[in-house]
Design a protein around this ligand. Structure first.
Ligand code: NCD
Ligand code: ZN
Length: 362
């Protein structure tokens, strides 16, 4: 079966600054192996991408290393609304963290949100990390300014139902859901072992399953499946951290996801829980529309929808070395990817070289 190249609007590439977790090369190899031909890269790198100098830094690395197409987000900080608005044409979108977060992208005061909503006129929307009641605040901003807002990684029943209401009332809101919030619940989290084990030998306890938003209840997951029509996009929130970090003293939140998304969705399609049309709408058509991305000519993904295999971290290309889906049986495998007329992936081998990927905002 042939699919269009998938677009993943939420990827943490980790470069600049944390290339031991991932970089533009490994992230885009993982993307191609997962049937993803465009990634939109999040700005919470080290340093964060929040002005002209840091945008240049990220794009310079991408230019020489990316193997699939890409665009880079800017991060909304406390004092950069005018600057990011000026840089908007070069960016995937503006990422705004409404809940408390790290370092320079921290927006402690609500007036700072308003400044960004007032000024941002990008080709991509304002994408918010805003959970539960903060998400309602983001919807209020979208309504007040009549500007598009995209809600990242919806995970709760109350969130998807509020978005449904807002859409029905004409608020310019779109949203995405991750595979892990559709295929895992908090009941899948194994208890941590009683005594601390050496780093990397934690055995996959609670620390490994740290992710933001947290894995939710089975009722929340069921509500997402029941409201598939409200979900505009699938996005991995590919957020790799190494196994040593995940099993260490202070496990950072985040799951890798680029290589497992399509097999998980193909499996759900095989089980009749999802249709091919859902997949194409949410992974190609809608992200292209919401982020105003160009068509990729002569680009497609070939899948063997009947291939049965087991997800194993050892077979994945992400540098992080683990997956929350370890051991899961799936049906459907990416066999070949053609990107802009060139064979980019075939039978387990990434063939597109570093630098073949194009910045879709240039
Ligand atoms: C993100 C990461 O690792 O960059 N982690 C995550 O669990 N989604 C950061 C974040 O968005 O909180
Ligand atoms: Zn994220």
């Amino acid at each position: 079966m042939r699919l269009p190249g998938l677009i993943d609007p939420h990827v943490h590439v980790r470069e600049p600054g944390q290339t031991h977790k991932e970089d533009w090369d490994s992230a885009t190899q993982a993307a191609l192996a997962g049937g993803v031909t465009t990634v939109l890269a999040m700005p919470n790198t080290k340093p964060p991408i929040f002005d002209a100098a840091t945008l240049d830094l990220a794009l310079a690395a991408a230019r020489t290393k990316a193997r699939c197409d890409y665009a880079q987000y800017l991060g909304a900080g406390p004092a950069n609304a005018a600057e990011v608005a000026r840089l908007a044409p070069r960016a995937a979108g503006l990422k705004m963290y409404l809940d408390s977060t790290f370092g320079e992208l921290r927006l402690d005061e609500m007036t700072l949100w308003l400044e960004h909503f007032r000024l941002w006129r990008g080709r991509g929307p304002i994408v918010v990390h805003a959970e539960s009641r903060s998400m309602a605040a983001a919807l209020a901003c979208a309504q007040m300014f009549d500007r598009p807002v995209h809600i990242a990684h919806v995970s709760l029943r109350e969130e998807i139902l509020l978005i449904k209401e807002a859409k029905a009332r004409g608020v310019k809101v779109t949203c995405e859901v991750t595979p892990h919030h559709l295929f895992l619940t908090k009941e899948d989290i194994p208890p941590s072992p009683p005594s601390p084990l050496p780093q990397g030998e934690g055995g996959g306890g609670e620390g490994r399953f740290e992710v933001r938003p947290r894995l939710a209840s089975p009722a929340d997951v069921q509500a997402l499946w029941q409201n598939l029509d409200v979900i505009d996009c699938f996005a991995t929130d590919h957020a790799p951290h190494t196994l040593a970090e995940k099993d260490g003293e202070t496990p950072p939140p985040g799951f890798p996801g680029l290589e497992t998304m399509l097999p998980l969705f193909l499996t759900a399609i095989g089980e009749g829980r999802l249709t091919i049309n859902h997949l194409i709408q949410k992974s190609v058509v809608n992200p292209r529309k919401i982020f105003h991305l160009p068509e990729q000519p002569e680009t497609w993904v070939e899948v063997d929808e009947n291939a049965r295999w087991e997800i194993r971290a050892a077979d994945l290309r992400s540098r992080c070395g683990w997956t929350p889906f370890e051991g899961r049986q799936v049906r459907g495998r990416v066999t070949r990817v053609v990107l802009r007329g060139r064979e980019a992936f075939r039978e387990g081998l990434v063939l597109a070289g570093p630098g073949y990927g194009r910045n879709v905002r240039e």
